[in-house]
Design a binder for this molecule. Structure first.
Ligand SMILES: Nc1ncnc2c1ncn2[C@@H]1O[C@H](COP(=O)(O)OP(=O)(O)OP(=O)(O)O)[C@@H](O)[C@H]1O
Ligand SMILES: O=P(O)(O)OC[C@H]1O[C@H](OP(=O)(O)OP(=O)(O)O)[C@H](O)[C@@H]1O
Length: 325
């Protein structure tokens, strides 16, 4: 029996990941402290790991698929296939400085610190992304060419440009400016942590959300590929399900055309005659965002409105496309 190894994240995106797993499979059992998860599919072996490690582990083939943040796929430069955006864990990776500073960009800071012969110190958990961002800044290139900023970790340091230094952060990054560093590159979701630490955003480096990734060799293995696309199908169904509502309502024949005009649906609404003459039942699936716009019309002409949030929604065409690609 082919087993597909599936790594899921522990930490900030853990809860949302379990919600989507529970939407996708009918049985999801977590064994306390073992970090192993049982699904009602014996061909999928799930383990919880830190999201920062998942891209490399999937790239190395220790796991066939994984859920992690897109930010860590980029940071680790892992050559994995991104199969699906799961649309939760949405964050921005930003450059933030103390409120009282006047710089408009990191490049402005680089120039100003160079003029004053001051070392520019930046703290981040994202060492590669930070170094890459700095090295493509116009003033940085003019001043230092392709010299790498110094990167400081507890184990080793690398780079040759001591004028710009990146310090590995193990968290609580917002606490470090202004005493320990001049700027940070960190994740923000609501912005609360930055505000409470008197920091302001000057630039956005990237946006990220949770993604499903796969090992490229596993995707070439015929039986693993089948199972991996089962996983894609289940998860995509859950992502779409969250964004839709299933409506069931009754309408009098005289109002039918008026109701059907502009009524959203996946393809077209289903119309079924009721057992009472002159009445119809309507079934349709609509984007959640459309529901409030329909209320005025529904209030006037609909009878017996039933609204469900579907667990999963999949247009058949999408399932077929996965199998063919
Ligand atoms: N509010 C958030 N804060 C931090 N990371 C988030 C947030 N929401 C989603 N993420 C994503 O979670 C992943 C990081 O995981 P996690 O937050 O568990 O690590 P961490 O930042 O080291 O935090 P901690 O050490 O508190 O668990 C990244 O891919 C990031 O984009
Ligand atoms: O914009 P906000 O909604 O305030 O969220 C962002 C903060 O949340 C995370 O920190 P976490 O609580 O995981 O602690 P950490 O900094 O020690 O990683 C992240 O690293 C930011 O610090």
């Amino acid at each position: 029996m082919t087993i597909v190894k599936f790594a899921v994240p522990k930490g900030s995106i853990e809860e949302a990941t379990f919600k989507i797993l529970e939407r996708s499979w009918t049985r999801v059992v977590r064994r306390d402290r073992t970090y192993r998860v049982i699904l009602d599919d014996p061909q999928i072996a799930v383990k919880m790991l830190r999201p920062q490690e998942i891209p490399n582990l999937v790239f190395a083939g220790l796991y066939d698929v994984g859920i992690t943040g897109r930010d860590w796929v980029k940071e680790t430069n892992s050559d994995v296939e991104i199969l699906l955006d799961l649309e939760y864990g949405k964050i921005k990776l930003v450059i933030a400085i103390p409120d009282s500073y006047n710089f408009k960009s990191l490049d402005d800071m680089i120039l100003s610190y160079a003029k004053k012969k001051k070392i520019l110190r930046i703290s981040s958990e994202y060492l590669n992304t930070t170094a890459k961002f700095i090295m493509q800044c116009k003033n940085y290139k003019k001043l230092y060419g392709s010299k790498q900023p110094i990167i400081v970790t507890p184990w080793l340091s690398q780079g040759s440009n001591k004028n710009v230094q990146i310090f590995l952060s193990f968290g609580a990054t917002e606490a470090k400016p202004p005493e320990d560093v001049d700027a940070i590159i960190d994740v923000t979701e609501t912005g609360t942590t930055l505000t409470q630490n008197q920091l302001k955003i000057i630039e956005t480096v990237m946006e990220s959300s949770a993604v499903l990734i796969a090992n490229k060799i596993s995707l070439k293995d015929k039986s693993k590929r089948e199972k991996i696309y089962d996983i894609v199908t289940m998860l995509r169904g859950a992502v779409e399900g969250k964004k839709h509502l299933h409506l069931f309502l009754n309408v009098k024949e005289e109002h039918l055309d008026k109701l059907l005009h502009d009524l959203p649906s996946l393809k077209r609404p289903t119309i079924s005659p009721l057992s009472e003459k002159g009445w119809y039942g309507i079934n349709t699936v609509i984007p959640k965002s459309e529901f409030h716009k329909m209320i005025p019309k529904l209030r006037k002409i609909a009878q017996g409105l039933v609204v469900h949030e579907p667990k999963q929604i999949l247009a058949l065409e999408e399932i077929k496309r996965d199998e063919e690609s």
